[in-house]
Each structure stands twice: as C-alpha cells, then as structure tokens.
Design a protein around this ligand. Structure first.
Ligand SMILES: [Fe+2]
Length: 455
C-alpha cells in the first residue's frame, strides 16, 4: 500500500499536478562550489598595474559611468583617458577620487572611482588606465536614450562568489552575447567566508569579474555577505569593504545612502533596495522609497524592476521567510505601482513565482495565502551564481501554488526588453549551451499590457 502511495505521489510530481508550478528534476553535473585558489587570480603584469577594473552607471539616465579600479602600490596615476570610437584624436581625461581602507590586518590598495558624465547615448567608448608600458585599455557602450520602446537586454546574476562553479556562471554569461548590463542582486565575493574576512578575497573577486565588469556596467545590490560586520575583530562598520570598492550614483536619485538608489536605463527604471538596512516606517530607506515610486513615469520607462537581496517569495527551506518583514512593509506599494519584476538572490537556487500578492492579510483576518494578482510583480530568486556555500537543494514539498518554476542548479538569466509591452526572459543553467533556456517566459508589462502570461 505504501509503495502504491509513493508511486502515485511520484506520478503527481511527474505530470506537474501538485499545485500548478513545476519543480525541475534536472540532475546537474556542476563544477564544484569550492573557491579557486588565490594564485589563480594573478595581478596583471607591470609595476602598479591597474587592476579590478569595473564600471557602473554614473548618473540617473545612462549618460554617466563610474569607472573603478585599484592601483596596488602607488596612488598615481589616478586618471582615466577616454575617447569615442573613431575619435582617437579627441581624448579626454578625468581624475578619480581615491580611497583606501584597513580591515583587521589587511590594507587595501588605492581604490579609484572616476565619474564621467554627459557622454553620448548609444556610443562605443574606449578608456585607458595606467601609464606607458602598463597601460590597460577597455571599452563600453553607453545605453540608448531613455524611452518607452527602446530595446535593451539585462543580464541577471546573484550570489556569485569565486568558485569553479562561479567561473562557469560568469563565463557562461560572458559567452552569451545578449547581455548589455548586469543586474547583480548581491553577495559578491564571499570574502567573509575566510578567517578574519580575508580581504584579499575582495581583490581576487575584483580580478575575477573584470572580464565582464570592465566592459559593461554591473548594477550593484548589497547582500548579507557585503556586511563584513565582525565585532570579534573590532570591525564595527557594516559594508566597509563593499562601500569602499563599489560606488553607485545614489545621489542622482536623491538617496542618502549607496545601499538604496535608482537609475533609468533605456526603457527600464531600476530600484535597488537594501535588505540589511533599516526599512521600517520613518527610516531613511522607507522615506526614500515612498517618494521614489510616484516619480516613475511609465510613459518614459515602462519597465519597473526592483532589486533586493533577500527574496519575498520563495519556497526553499534555506532562508525561508527571511524577507518577510520587508515584504510586509513594501509589498502594497509595489502592487499599487504595478512593479513588473522583483529580482532577489540569497537562496542558492533558482525560482520564478506566479503574479501573486499577499497584501490583504492582517493578523486577524486569516487571509494569509497569496492570491493571483494581475498588478503584482513576478518574483525571481536567482542566488544561483555558484558560491562557496553550495546549492540550496531542499525545496518545500509540495510546491506552493505561488511558485511557477524552481530548480536547484547554478546559472544566470537575461531579460530582453523588446518594447513597452513585451520582454523575453530566459534562465540558463550552467550545464547547457547558450542557446538553451531552462526556463523562459514572455513577460507582459504591468502598466501597458497587464494580460496573463503563460510559460
Ligand atoms: Fe545572501
């Protein structure tokens, strides 16, 4: 009898009748989630060679870029030389602001951040760092002018770390020719996994991501592994290494902290939130988000996307409901404002939700089950970059009805915005070739075309 019950249960799973969503049974042959040795992240050759080069958007609309790098020995040269493609005789220079920090027994190199503004839209630029025989050249393309039907493709990664699996994720993304900018949902280097939060692992991570981050902007979100709060070694300042190394244009959106901010890029309005900063009523983040959401003009930027590290909807046993208090605070605003997507990490697995909300619940009415809601975002958990903590492969069973697709594999995603109504989303597990999408769906814009999607 027990055997029959088990078979029946398996059958239900196989045909996906459990509760509407699907749990992939894909058996992965992943690269191991163990860190690549430090010596395999060598410094570039040459005295004081600039390293750990990365860029992010440097203003509100995409005509600015922040170029960041480290010089290990001397502060100078602290300048970036840049020019437009085909205009090599019109070179410009911008000086960096330079910072450095100490963390326990570690001293950083000179960390440079150069903000360049008023670039032309949709234009290829080259830039050079260093001097003479240790000059290093990179390039980036500015986004098209902000507008409602501007196609643009974002890559999405989270919880990356620096393992062999992380490398597979990053290499897979780099070989995917579509991504034009990365939405990074937090947990970067995992340096805090080491004794005394060995900050050399922040340096090696900077070298690791350079192959992508020097050439296209990574939009940063802070995760719990950015906290580096370690009172046992008298490190009391949360986010100290992260805030020195990864600058963002937060003032452009009237934010008072780099941990929450927004940008417009092409046809998207991106709002970045901090799971690990105060978000309750009256706090700076609360006040900022409350005045920020009404600013979004969907006739200018139809796609409204929120990045946050700790997911609000997820059905994995790891970190389950850790994002709940923030969801309770902000979900009504996101539904009222018809946010299209909420991207999160933290859980080392992949999951996509249905369009659901749970804004009707209060502690007396018993309405605690999420319901289908055409105004609600889709919640994507993509903390599957492949870091040293390994895979979160224990899903809640049976799959809750709010969960549309879930799989315990490492990977990355791309979001191809086509126009104001349609965006094509694909998730790529590391074991597949670029053309294979393990999960894919056409998203319909919540403001312009709030029809029901089907995957
Ligand atoms: Fe996390």
């Amino acid at each position: 009898m027990e055997f029959i019950t088990v078979v029946f249960h398996l059958l239900l799973h196989t045909v996906g009748l459990c509760s509407g969503g699907s749990t992939s049974q894909y058996v992965r042959k992943a690269e191991p989630a163990i860190d690549i040795p430090l010596e395999l992240f060598p410094q570039p050759s040459g005295y004081n060679a600039p390293e750990q080069v990365h860029i992010t958007q440097g203003d509100l609309v995409g005509r600015g870029v922040i170029i960041s790098w480290v010089t290990p020995v001397e502060r100078h040269p602290n300048v970036v030389t840049y020019w437009e493609d085909g205009k090599q005789d019109e070179k410009h220079k911008t000086h960096s602001i330079t910072t450095s920090y100490r963390y326990y027994n570690y001293s950083s190199g000179y960390i440079h951040h150069a903000t360049i503004k008023k670039l032309n839209y949709d234009t290829l630029y080259f830039y050079e760092l260093g001097k003479q025989n240790v000059t290093r050249r990179f390039s980036f393309t500015t986004p098209p002018k902000v507008g409602p039907d501007v196609p643009y493709t974002f890559g999405i990664m989270g919880d990356l770390g620096q393992t062999y699996a992380s490398k597979q994720t990053l290499d897979h993304y780099v070989s995917n020719p579509k991504g034009q900018a990365v939405l990074m949902v937090g947990d970067l280097s995992y340096a805090d996994h080491y004794p005394f939060h060995d900050n050399r692992r922040w340096d090696s991570w900077g070298r690791f991501i350079e192959k992508s981050a020097a050439y296209q902007p990574w939009i940063w979100t802070a995760g719990n592994h950015e906290l580096d709060f370690a009172p046992e070694i008298e490190e009391y300042t949360p986010f100290k290494p992260y805030m020195h190394r990864y600058h963002v244009p937060y003032r452009a959106s009237q934010s008072t902290s780099p941990l929450w901010y927004s940008i417009k890029r092409a046809s998207a309005y991106i709002i970045v939130l901090s799971s690990y900063s105060a978000y309750g009523k009256y706090t700076p983040q609360y006040k900022w988000l409350k005045q920020e959401l009404p600013k979004v003009n969907r006739a200018e930027t139809p796609w409204l996307i929120v990045l946050v590290h700790s997911p609000w909807y997820n059905s994995n046993n790891y970190h389950f409901m850790e994002g709940e208090s923030m969801r309770v605070m902000y979900e009504p605003w996101l539904v009222q404002n018809k946010v299209d997507l909420v991207l999160a990490g933290h859980v080392h697995s992949y999951e996509r939700s249905e369009r659901i909300s749970n804004v009707q619940y209060n502690i007396t009415d018993g309405l605690s089950t999420p319901i289908k809601d055409a105004s609600a975002p889709v919640y994507i958990t993509i903390g599957d970059g492949g870091n040293i903590e390994g895979m979160a492969d224990s899903f809640i069973d049976p799959q809750p009805s709010y969960s549309a697709y879930r799989e315990a594999s490492f990977g990355h995603a791309t979001l191809e915005i086509k126009n104001r109504t349609h965006a094509y989303y694909t998730w790529h597990r590391n074991q597949d070739s670029d053309v294979v999408a393990a999960d894919s769906i056409w998203f319909y814009n919540r403001y312009w075309y709030p029809n029901e999607e089907s995957s």
